[in-house]
Design a protein around this ligand. Structure first.
Ligand SMILES: NC(=O)c1ccc[n+]([C@@H]2O[C@H](COP(=O)([O-])OP(=O)(O)OC[C@H]3O[C@@H](n4cnc5c(N)ncnc54)[C@H](OP(=O)(O)O)[C@@H]3O)[C@@H](O)[C@H]2O)c1
Length: 260
């Protein structure tokens, strides 16, 4: 059985989708939680989804993760409330549709600031505390870190950077007992595509396509990613570091019949 009893975990992007599901699962597994996102009300909804007896051990930190002050506040509040940090889940991320001909540099900057620079910044700030606890980091990357897709250039680049970040930092920290891993989901039911501007009809079609381009014939659910994040973060994964775990219903196994 996975247990996160008495661990203190920071989860970014906990107001929606994968981060929200991970927060609810971590609370059930006994972790104390520091939840981050920009939408304060949505963070409250996440806390309300957690079992009532766990809520006293959950705090939220509201702010834009791409701003260094938000990262500082997350670490400050974690230590102030719980006195230590055991687990960092770098999950917050955004997606923007654009290829080389259409990509705007301000969109590129926003995406890189959120998907990779914030991860570096928060990891650096948490590191002394993770070293103290011999803790672990789980980064939420994507199948787009290694597989190429048209028209989401900056997103693919950001996740490729996150994959290398995961492996390089794992090597840097391995001898000092901090493990660093990533999960690389395929299509997972969440809000990321609608936030990227897909209409309901486009999103419906996108999910229909996912039945064809995922070997298991369906998109994935948030809990299917959260379960692996919990395992990698937990002591059950005590000899696993630098691993990128594909959670994509076998999509990475499929040939170039589809490019969605
Ligand atoms: N869903 C998929 O198909 C899929 C596939 C592969 C990888 N992923 C990855 O999974 C992660 C989570 O995505 P999701 O699908 O769960 O998307 P989502 O439902 O849109 O949730 C994204 C989360 O990130 C937070 N966030 C975004 N920008 C932020 C910022 N500047 N500051 C603070 N928080 C920010 C959002 O919080 P606020 O709105 O409160 O700011 C929200 O909680 C992302 O890294 C994404 O790349 C998703």
């Amino acid at each position: 059985m996975i247990s996160l009893r008495d661990k203190v975990s920071i989860i970014t992007g906990a107001s929606s989708g994968i981060g929200q599901g991970t927060a609810v699962l971590f609370a059930r597994l006994g972790s104390k939680l520091v939840l981050s996102g920009r939408n304060s009300q949505a963070l409250d909804e996440t806390i309300n989804q957690c079992d009532p007896e766990t809520r006293k051990n959950i705090i939220k930190v509201v702010g834009d993760i791409s701003k260094p002050d938000t990262c500082k506040m997350i670490v400050y509040e974690s230590l102030e409330k719980f006195g230590k940090i055991d687990i960092l889940v770098n999950n917050a991320g955004i997606l923007k549709t654009a290829g080389i001909e259409t990509m705007q540099m301000n969109d590129y900057d926003e995406l890189m600031d959120t998907n990779i620079k914030a991860v570096i910044n928060l990891t650096q700030l948490c590191l002394p505390h993770l070293l103290e606890q011999k803790g672990s980091i789980v980064n939420v990357s994507s199948i787009a870190g290694s597989k190429t897709f048209p028209n989401i250039l900056a997103y693919c680049m950001s996740k490729a950077a996150l994959d290398q970040f995961t492996k390089c930092v794992a090597l840097d920290l391995a001898s000092r007992g901090v493990r660093v891993n990533a999960v690389n989901p395929g299509v997972i039911l969440s809000n990321i595509q609608r936030r990227n501007g897909l209409t309901e009809e486009q999103y419906r079609q996108y999910l229909e396509d996912a039945k064809l381009n995922h070997a298991m014939g369906r998109p994935g659910h948030v809990i299917e990613v959260a379960n692996t994040i919990a395992f990698l973060a937990s002591d059950l994964a005590s000899f696993i570091t630098g691993e990128l775990v594909q959670i994509d219903g076998g999509r990475h196994l499929m040939g170039p019949i589809d490019n969605n």
